[in-house]
Design a protein around this ligand. Structure first.
Ligand SMILES: [Zn+2]
Length: 366
């Protein structure tokens, strides 16, 4: 049996490199040889034990690679082709997909009796590095390959499309979920990689004043390059006061929350105009409290939308088209390069946000 290297969850605080068998390819699968992958903030939640996954699971959910082997029923692709697949890798045959929310398929857990109603794994539709082996490895098995594999357009580098599987798809969904219209005022809370993509997405959708909030000056400077008109450092000002002043007391049309904390969620609600939309992207680790006044006692015609990264080959095709067209450039988000062999050091750097890190390109090859 041939073996491969893979980064696996061992126990809280430990993700380590291990040898695992290269998976067998079923009729609807494809085996992808990973050329570049990366670490996500969600992987850090897994590392810390804040988000439970099975011991021995290969982590990571952002694949860029080459088709090594195609299942017998997968048509329209060739072995050797460069592809990506969405981070969630949805099952497009599921009830959830036919209901219009492909990423929310919970059939794994319903079948096993471990449904989300006990607060365990509400995000069961997310497969790579959550329910099945993920992408921080030499190879990954992509199920439902015909629905999930998206060929990379000629001329685009791995680094240029590395944000498409998760960061761009999630960040842009945050902007799409914010119901942005041409001329809107939009605030984006937190300018990590996903928040930066939400800022860029708000610009692409026609927002005319984008207010980016973070506590890190370096990230705020990148936010400007991504389309923010105003940047606010929460360490230097009262963000809610400042935004209410900027909008003449009216509040913003839309606010996007991209961190997953009580503070950012609450601020995003406090600055929202009556009738506005709060689009939430963060992964929360605790119960949220909704302040009564900001919520207008429930009478504010507010909309609160949440999202899990959309996937599928059509979503990926569109995102890569944004990159190919030059409408947005996320190359600047890749700040570091590491070999898969050095994944433990990469996690250490990323989880402590040292050295201005935004995203790390991880490469199994030489
Ligand atoms: Zn992620």
């Amino acid at each position: 049996m041939s073996m491969m290297k893979a980064a696996v969850f061992v126990e809280p605080g430990r993700i380590e490199l291990a040898d695992k068998p290269i998976p067998d390819v079923g009729p609807n699968d494809a085996l992808i040889r990973i050329t570049t992958t990366t670490i996500c903030g969600t992987d850090v939640h897994i590392l810390k034990g804040e988000y439970p996954v099975a011991k021995g699971l290969t982590v990571g959910h952002e694949p860029v690679g080459v088709i090594e082997k195609l299942g017998s029923a997968v048509q329209g692709y060739t072995e050797g082709q460069r592809v990506i697949a969405g981070a969630i890798c949805p099952n497009f045959n599921s009830y959830a997909a036919q209901d219009g929310v492909a990423s929310q398929d919970g059939s794994y857990l319903i079948a096993s009796g471990r449904c989300g109603c006990h607060g365990y794994k509400a995000t069961a539709g997310w497969r790579f590095g959550n329910m099945i082996d993920g992408t921080q490895a030499e190879y990954v098995l992509v199920p439902d390959a015909q629905a999930n594999l998206a060929p990379i357009p000629d001329g685009l580098s791995d680094e240029q499309v590395l944000m498409c599987p998760d960061i761009m798809s999630t960040g842009f969904k945050g902007a799409e979920n914010a119901n942005i219209r041409i001329g809107d005022v939009v605030a984006v809370f937190a300018q990590g990689p996903i928040g930066l993509c939400a800022t860029a997405g708000a610009r692409l959708l026609g927002a005319s004043t984008i207010i980016a909030v973070d506590g890190n000056e370096h990230r705020l400077q990148i936010a400007k390059a991504m389309g923010a008109d105003v940047v606010l450092n929460f360490r230097n000002c009262d963000v809610v006061d400042e935004i209410m002043k900027l909008t003449g007391g009216r509040g913003v049309d839309s606010s996007i929350e991209a961190l997953g904390t009580q503070g950012t969620f609450e601020s995003a609600l406090r600055i929202l105009k009556p009738g506005g939309t709060l689009s939430s992207l963060g992964v929360y680790s605790e119960d949220l409290k909704i302040p009564l006044a900001a919520f207008a006692s429930g009478l504010g015609d507010h909309r609160i939308n949440t999202a899990l990264c959309p996937g599928g080959k059509e979503r990926m095709r569109r995102l890569m088209n944004v990159v190919a067209s030059g409408r947005a450039d996320f190359g600047a988000l890749v700040t570091h390069h590491y070999a898969l062999d050095d994944i433990v050091a990469a996690y250490d750097l990323f989880s402590h946000q040292r050295d201005g890190v935004l995203k790390i390109a991880i490469k199994p090859g030489p």
